[in-house]
Design a protein around this ligand. Structure first.
Ligand code: FAD
Length: 383
């Protein structure tokens, strides 16, 4: 994208579409970049032009302005094994096989802190947060199908001198890797990403919540996007609770509308459709994901697929695997799993109108209805 100079100063001002990784804001020596929601509902940088000195650091770190060459990323070292936490309670609380929990357990005794994502009802959004113990990291468990705000957590871990496990989407992690490489502090971090389907617009979430919570105060509503009450195979379940009392539950297998739009990528960030971090390359040390292979078709507890991209990642995983049951995958299983991995594809039909409709009163209902009509019409045309 064209670089916009504000008052003749080079910066990431005006970057949109944007991965929303927040690395520009975390790195800015003048702290004059904050992340704000774009008109489409994704995190983008806002630069305080008066405070900006035009040093250009943000631009040099930005994965939009300085796209990653494939060779700047790590190549997958081993193509994956199946793993599931031995601890049944922790496994139940995780989205897939709990591989992240095993990595947390392995690093806990080595002085690491943990940086991951929790849902914050008061602001109705997902945010990266810092925890010093595995117990304090519990709110990170479970996938939040919404884009997370990485700053201020990324800023804080950069400023100190502690050791951190950082978990995030592949774009957040690749950008963070570039930042810690530039600062020469890579040794302090273990980075984990996951096979990522993409992140939906905050507008989709806000409009959905307004509809689902009805007369309740959405700032008191806790949300979970994954759950194993009907088992891992039917685990795309969106549930909302207020003061611990559930009032909304919907399954993707029964066409729950928010999960339907997440899985169909109706309102995903534009950058997700051309994601360069899918497949064999990553900025992380370790990548995890659901392993939906034939071998575990009857497994309802959850199975992760884990792959290492660096020597460090392989060493950490060797320790973490002690907390898990593991099985090697056959080349055929790996090929099947790779074929099912998220991949780049053209933006979903009608995406822009769908997102615009979300801003209107009754926006979720309108956008959802419009998307259903669009699907029906396209099916008719295809016949
Ligand atoms: C938006 C999104 C899309 C995904 N798409 C796929 C996919 O297509 N295929 C696939 O196999 N797996 C996908 N996953 C990953 C999968 O759902 C599990 O999160 C992953 O397998 C880890 O499971 P676990 O049981 O080890 O972790 P858990 O113990 O459940 O922990 C999940 C970890 O993910 C982090 N996290 C949660 N939400 C977010 C977020 N919004 N942004 C950044 N980090 C977050 C948390 O910090 C936590 O450490 C996706 C996850 C997310 C959040």
């Amino acid at each position: 994208m064209a670089r916009e100079k504000v008052d003749g100063k080079e910066s990431v001002a005006g970057t949109d579409p944007c991965y929303g990784c927040g690395v520009c804001a975390a790195a800015c020596p003048k702290r004059c970049i904050e992340m704000a929601l774009s008109p489409e509902g994704f995190w983008v940088p806002r630069v305080d032009a008066a405070a900006c000195v035009g040093c250009g650091q943000c631009v040099r770190l930005c994965p939009i302005h300085m796209p990653f060459a494939r060779e700047a990323l790590h190549k997958r070292m081993f193509r994956g094994e199946a793993a599931w936490l031995k601890d049944a309670d922790s496994l139940r609380a995780s989205s897939s096989g709990g591989a992240v929990g095993a990595i947390v357990a392995a690093l806990a005794g080595e002085g690491y802190g943990f940086c991951g994502v929790r849902y914050v009802p008061e602001r109705q959004r997902a945010e990266h947060f810092l925890a010093e113990t595995p117990e304090a990291f519990a709110p990170a468990r479970g996938s939040k199908y919404i884009q997370s705000l990485t700053v201020p957590a990324f800023r804080d871990i950069l400023a100190g001198d502690g050791k951190w496990l950082v978990v995030g989407t592949p774009c957040q992690i690749a950008a963070f890797r570039r930042l810690i490489q530039t600062r020469g502090v890579e040794e302090r971090f273990v980075l984990v990403d996951f096979a990522c389907h993409g992140v939906p617009s905050q507008k989709l979430w806000t409009a959905f919540l307004r509809r689902a919570a009805k007369e309740r105060d959405p700032r008191r509503v806790e949300a979970s996007w994954r759950g194993k009450r009907r088992g891992w195979q039917d685990g795309y379940v969106l549930s909302l609770t207020e003061d611990g009392a559930p009032f909304y539950t919907g399954y993707a297998s029964e066409n729950e509308p928010y999960l339907r739009h997440f899985l169909r990528r109706t309102a995903q960030n534009l950058t997700c459709f051309a994601c360069p971090f899918v497949g064999t390359h990553s900025g992380a040390d370790i990548r995890v994901g659901d392993f939906w292979g034939e071998r575990y078709r009857a497994n309802d507890a959850g199975v992760s697929r884990v792959a290492a991209f660096t020597e460090r990642g392989a060493a950490v995983w060797a320790q973490a695997a002690a907390f898990c049951g593991t099985e090697p995958l056959t080349p055929e299983e790996v090929a099947e799993a790779e074929a099912k991995e998220p991949h780049a594809e053209p933006p979903t039909w009608g995406r822009r109108t769908f997102i615009r409709l979300l801003s209107l009163p009754g926006g979720f209902r309108l956008a959802h209805g419009w998307s259903l009509v669009g699907c029906a019409l396209r099916r008719l045309v295809r016949r």
